[in-house]
Structures are given as C-alpha cells and as structure tokens.
Design a binder for this molecule. Structure first.
Ligand code: ZN
Length: 484
C-alpha cells in the first residue's frame, strides 16, 4: 500500500513538472519562444467580418438551423483567440488591399495597394514564403480570384485594379490550386466574357503548364491533376441567397476539392504540407449593401466551410486552422430600435428575437439583386406608376412581409440619397426599411476600424493571443513556417 502511494505521488509530481515545462515557452538559442510547427495551414478568411458578424452567425444558426456555429462554438471556444488593429499606412479605415497586405507581408501599405510598401519595396508575400518553405499553396475565393485579398496574400501590384498584372503573376507563382470567380481577366477580349487588353489567354497558359481547368461545380468531383485552375464566374460568385447550385459551387465544395488536391500524396518523401487561403467575399459585399439576410446565409455558408476544414484537421492532426478576416464592413449593429418616434421605453422598443430572424429568413433575394433589377427598370424609362408597381412586385417576390414606409418608398422611386455614408443605392434604403422592422441596423455602407478577430485551433495556435497589430499575422505565420 505504502509503495503504491509513493508511486502515485511521484507520478503526480512528474505530471505537474511536465505541465510546468509545457506552460513556459522554452526560448531558443536566439531567445525566441518555440511553437509547434503545423505541417498544413488553412486560413479561413471572412472578408468584412469580425466578432459582431460571427456572433450573429452563432445566434441565427442556433435559432433558425438548430446548428452549432463552428467559428464561435469550436474555434473561438476551444482554440486560441486574438484581436488585431487594422489601420493602413495612410488611413484609419483600411480597405481590403491594405489590410491583407499587412497580414501577408508584415508591412503597412497605403489603401488600394497590393503588398508594395510606401517606400516602394516589395516585401515577400505569405504565399511566396510558403512556397520557399517547400509547401504547396492554394487560393480560393468567392470573389474574382485576382481580387484584393487573395492577390495581397500572393503577389504585388501598385493598384488592386491591376487585374491583368495580378493574373500574370499568378501564372508565374503557380499556386497548386486557384479557384473562384474572375474568368474575365484570364481571357482576351476576343473571347466572350474576356476583358484582357493584351490578348493573352491565361487559361490556356495555365493548361500549358499542366493545370486541369474546370468551370462547373460538377467538375469539382472529376479532378485528375495535382494542379487545378477553377473559374466559376466571369466576376464574383453569387451570394449564397441567390446562388444556383448547378451553376456555382459554394466555398465548402471548393474547399473540399482543394484539400484533396493539396493533400494528394501526404506520405511522399519530402512532402512539407500546404498553406491554403480560403475566402468568403460575400460577407463583405453584404456589409456594403447592408444586407442582413444575405449576410446570414453567407455566414452559414462560411461556417459550413470551417466545418470542412475542422473535419480535415481531425484526419490530419498536423493541420492548423485559422479563422480571420481583414476588417469589419457596415458597422453591423442590431439593436432595440423604437417602433415609432414616440417616447423611448419598454412599451415602444422592438427587440430582436426569433420573430425578426424568421422575417429575415423569408427573404429570397439579395439587396444587390434587388438593386440591379430595379435600376434596370429605371433605365428603361418607366413612368412613376409603372415603377411603383414594379417595386411592389419585386418586394413581394424577394422580401415577403417587408413593410416599406412611405418616406423610404419615395426615396427609392425618386432615386434619392440616404446620407453621405450610404453609397450603395437603393440597397441601403431598403436595408433601412428592413432595419426599422427587424432591428438589424447598420452604421455605414463602408468599412470600419473595429478590431479583427483571429481564432486558431491546432498545432501552433498558441501563438495567437492578446491584442496586436495586423502586421503580426505575417510575423507569426512566418515563425510557424520556420521562416523569418
Ligand atoms: Zn469591402
């Protein structure tokens, strides 16, 4: 009995010692703490999204889908959590190009610039460093794949609008997976849907390098190459709320195929894993439009993709999953608005609960789609009565149950303004009607400087904690790849 007791005590002391050693980060010779280095890194990137949007994803997912929301309920709850400030080199409020450049290179750049520092230097991008580390690399997005965020994570350009140059640099960088929208700047103007001035066909150039080219969701299940170019729309992929499954894949489908391609021969000698950047852009676009229903559907779609990443991690434990974004969009601010302009107080407050969510769930059209259709009708030169009837029909079709107050109806019919911080019209006007009825208000149609969340789970995730600058994302990922 006595001997067993001593053994138990020894074991306890030994376990505590191990815990103590694990708790302190052992410094290396250079004095830097060491972190376990993941083989694979999946960066799940929700553009325009931070804690207020994720929290809405969690609440709506729980009440309307009876499903957990993996970003908050798994990655944030069980993993590590950090906040980042986002100001760019020249402005307090960043754009996607400057934010992603800082996270990719570790240098602040001016708004609109793709990973070129204000002093004209071209610091290496995250994907270039990943490639130098011998890793396979992939970029997927619901935006055009040459859009600001994936571009800043991989290449350099004086302007985020230098789409031809960005695509040319992709061909040179040769990511093993490149998927999203944006076939327009891969194709010459002579081809339907092509916009390139230089008459190059970059799709054919990729094929010449041995890439398999696909452009339908069905083809995602027919991959027989270790390098894939997938372009599923001429510009952006549709919002989840508008998407036709037979024509456009969602992020989960692109991610599933990308992971298969990147992880094809994990047992191969010298296989060093991969870095994959997977972006949902529609969360940002929904913010600009102040479109709460589209945001909700795309947050769910993003979360479904995070679940795909976590499932991959289960089977490949040497994988780090990071969930982050670049900046907040829209000043998303659900609140208890007054039902009318009478005195404030409980009797006159309209609180957000399941009823408001159910109202939003009935919408079947994005505000962008609504705007496009309405503006097309205006361009036809329709008279006021015809326009008014058209508006009513459109609302009935896409937004059943929505009450459009007379003042806002008038603004839409006369193509009026809402305010200097509302640049997406008439979307933002209809969004205010939705807010009055449901409590889902917005502060702006632009970006805000709300700090961005980084949540991470898996090997190396401990490096993400506290409050830091967005340039620290680049530094930390370099450490995790064993690079400076
Ligand atoms: Zn944006």
């Amino acid at each position: 009995m006595f001997r067993i007791d001593i053994n138990a005590k020894l074991r306890l002391v030994f376990s505590l010692l191990l815990l103590f050693i694990a708790a302190i980060q052992l410094p290396t010779a250079s004095g830097e703490p060491t972190y376990s280095k993941p083989k694979n890194i999946i960066i799940m990137f929700a553009d325009g999204t931070t804690s207020s949007q994720y929290e809405f994803g969690r609440y709506s997912s729980a009440l309307l889908r009876q499903q957990s929301f993996a970003v908050t309920d798994v990655v944030m709850t069980k993993g590590q959590f950090q906040l980042m400030k986002t100001e760019s080199a020249n402005y307090y409020v960043t754009d996607s190009a400057a934010a992603a450049s800082a996270m990719s290179t570790g240098y602040k750049v001016n708004n609109g610039v793709i990973s070129i520092a204000p002093d004209g230097k071209f610091p290496p991008t995250l994907m270039q460093v990943a490639k130098l580390s011998g890793k396979r690399i992939g970029l997927i997005s619901t935006a055009p794949i040459y859009d600001a965020s994936p571009a800043a994570f991989s290449v350099h350009a004086q302007s985020r609008r230098d789409s031809e140059s960005i695509v040319n640099q992709y061909l040179e960088l040769a990511p093993d997976v490149l998927m999203g929208g944006g076939s327009d700047y891969f194709l010459p103007r002579s081809v339907p849907g092509g916009k390139r001035q230089d008459s190059k066909n970059v799709v054919e150039a990729f094929q010449g390098k041995g890439y398999q080219y696909i452009n339908t969701p069905a083809q995602l299940n027919q991959i027989n190459s270790s390098q894939v170019l997938g372009l599923f729309a001429s510009e952006d992929l549709d919002y989840e709320i508008d998407r036709k499954a037979s024509e456009t894949p969602n992020l989960s489908q692109m991610l599933t195929t990308s992971l298969q391609v990147l992880n094809k021969d994990p047992k191969q000698k010298n296989y060093k894993g991969f870095v994959l950047f997977a972006e949902n852009e529609n969360t940002d676009s929904a913010g600009h439009q102040n479109d709460v229903a589209a945001l909700m559907r795309d947050l769910w779609a993003f979360d479904d993709a995070v679940k795909v990443a976590l499932e991959f991690q289960k089977n490949n434990p040497d994988t780090l999953v990071i969930v982050t974004g670049d900046h907040e969009t829209g000043g998303f601010s659900p609140t208890y608005g007054r039902k009318n302009l009478g005195p404030a107080g409980n009797a006159n407050y309209s609180n957000v609960d399941i009823d408001q969510l159910k109202q939003i769930e009935r919408y079947t059209m994005s505000l962008k789609e609504f705007s496009d259709q309405f503006k097309a009708k205006v361009r036809q030169g329709s008279g006021r009565a015809e326009l008014s009837a058209y508006l009513s029909n459109l609302l009935e079709e896409g937004f059943p149950g929505l009450i459009l107050d007379a003042d806002l109806r008038e603004k839409i019919l006369t193509q009026g303004q809402l305010g200097p911080n509302s640049n997406y019209l008439p979307s933002n006007i209809l969004a205010l009607a939705i807010a009055r009825q449901t409590g889902f208000y917005w502060a702006s149609s632009g970006h805000t400087p709300a700090p961005i969340t980084v949540a991470a789970i898996g090997p190396g995730s401990k490096i993400f904690n506290g409050f830091d600058d967005n340039t620290s994302f680049a530094t930390k990922l370099r450490l995790l790849m064993g690079q400076k």
